[in-house]
Write a protein of this length. Structure first.
Lengths: 190, 294
């Protein structure tokens, strides 16, 4: 298990050097985006933020306004597979280098990662406090009125945000591997 | 009413921020069992750090504070409407304070109510008993990720070779574990119901999650099956978060209800590791806390 420190914006070379099973820590800017955002982009919408070379985080945080400032109370990943129909297209459209989520994604996203130089990182699902601690500042929000708080695009400044590479830019997928092995194991135990 | 509302608000806060001891204990064993310097160990260490931090900061263990499921058991003649009103107020207040995420969305317009209140949310299950002294209120917060991997089988099911017997139930339950992989935020706990109709079967499978992980099923047959399912699931190598590893399930709880001759449902509700389940016994009017549960 190798630990890599990533600083945004991230170059394609750095992304290509990552492999399934590597542990990474991200420092820099991360944008959240989940179901509503993916559908919106797929339907031809565009966002008022530039994410080129950046990181899209499948997350619907708990945000509270305190003294006029947004404060993040909890921010773990949401299940990514729901974005499978749209993800590859969104990676290309926004010029993403990293998608963070949980549960893994499918072949279409894997092909997109390979073609456009992107990786899928798995954050620990449910670890909303550990991950919120890595968020140093909420820099802004867009689409709040349109999509509501959990679905809005939050711009977050993060420090050493920990994840595991589970889909790399070479076609590798830990999810595929584990599914195949567990299927085989179950067949023997039935 | 004000006392009841405040007590329910505290129940919500505790449920969102503090894990029940029985689940914590099994998670500690899980960490000890994993191989060191693996992604599975990394996941479990992160989970433990998260549990500590949530409790210390009195903030949600997981940002998806999920479906709000109240199970209320009280004396005959209890006033359910007043309870519901107090609970709704408590839920709205808990949302404002950030113990709960804004989680109630209009299914047609996509509009978030912002308060967690709306048609169908929160959910109440009321039961009564003649000899109930106080009001037993239990709360489960069940996130969407784990809810989405829940599944219902109608036996016989030739896809998985499951007949209408306990062996067939075992096949169905283990297939549910295989299909879920890490997507339900494993290591998880299964609540299972054998029998019922489609709706009651799912509802009863969720009720199994009110049982503590260290309890025993009153049916020796089902007790054995519960243990066997956990042992077998933990040999599949799915592991925490589906990273691969030794702990895939923390527990399995199986209940049975009668069925129609024509139906044989096996319903599986998957609960994530962030098993938010708490309870409290209140005086019959809800104003005084008698004791905390779990």
């Amino acid at each position: 298990m190798m630990l890599m420190e990533l600083q945004t914006p991230i170059s394609e070379d750095v992304i290509r050097s990552l492999h399934v099973g590597d542990l990474v820590e991200i420092t820099g800017i991360v944008h959240t985006g989940r179901d509503a955002v993916h559908k919106f982009l797929h339907d031809g919408g565009s966002l008022p933020v530039d994410m080129r070379g950046g990181v899209l985080y499948h997350c619907g945080p708990v945000m509270v306004k305190e003294d006029g400032q947004w404060v993040c109370k909890a921010a773990g990943p949401t299940t990514s597979i729901r974005e499978e129909p749209y993800q590859a297209e969104v990676i290309q459209k926004l010029g993403l280098r990293v998608v963070i989520g949980k549960g893994g994604m499918g072949d279409k996203t894997s092909a997109g990662c390979k073609e456009f130089g992107c990786v899928y990182l798995h954050a620990v699902g449910g670890a909303a406090q550990v991950l919120a601690e890595c968020i140093k500042k909420v820099r802004g929000v867009s689409m709040l009125e349109e999509f509501g708080s959990p679905e809005a695009v939050w711009e977050l400044e993060v420090e050493k945000f920990p994840c595991v590479v589970t889909m790399d830019s070479h076609g590798g997928s830990l999810h595929k591997e584990v599914l195949a092995l567990s299927k085989e194991a179950l067949a023997k135990l039935l | 009413m004000a006392g009841l509302k405040d007590n329910l608000l505290e129940l919500i806060r505790r449920t969102s921020a503090e894990m029940p001891d029985d689940v914590n204990r099994v998670l500690i064993d899980a960490l000890k069992a994993e191989e060191q310097r693996t992604t599975a160990e990394f996941a479990l260490k992160t989970i433990h750090a998260n549990i500590e931090l949530a409790k210390k900061k009195s903030q949600p263990i997981c940002q998806d504070t999920g479906s709000i499921l109240f199970y209320v058991h009280g004396p005959v003649g209890g006033d359910q409407l007043t309870f519901e009103e107090a609970a709704r107020e408590a839920v709205a207040e808990a949302t404002k304070r950030g113990f709960l995420r804004q989680n109630s969305v209009d299914s047609l317009t996509g509009k978030n109510s912002g308060t967690n209140l709306g048609p169908g949310t929160p959910v109440f299950h009321f039961t009564q008993a003649r000899d109930a002294a106080g009001l037993d209120v239990r709360l489960i917060l069940k996130g969407g990720g784990c809810e989405n991997v829940g599944v219902q089988y109608s036996l016989p099911d030739s896809r998985i070779g499951a007949d209408r017997d306990l062996k067939g139930c075992r096949r169905a339950i283990l297939d549910a574990v295989l299909q879920a992989q890490g997507k339900g935020c494993g290591p998880g706990v299964l609540g299972v119901c054998i029998g019922g109709d489609r709706a009651t079967s799912y509802a009863f499978s969720k009720e199994q999650l009110l049982r503590t992980l260290d309890d025993h099923n009153p049916s020796p047959e089902l007790d054995a099956l519960e243990h066997e399912i956990v042992a077998t699931a933990n040999q599949l190598g799915i592991g925490p978060m589906g990273f691969g590893g030794r702990t895939t399930l923390l527990g399995c709880k199986i209940g049975v209800v009668n069925r129609l001759p024509a139906s044989y449902f096996v319903s599986v509700s998957y609960m994530c590791w962030a098993f938010r389940r708490r309870g409290v016994v209140l005086s019959a009017d809800g104003g005084r806390i008698e004791k905390w549960l779990y």
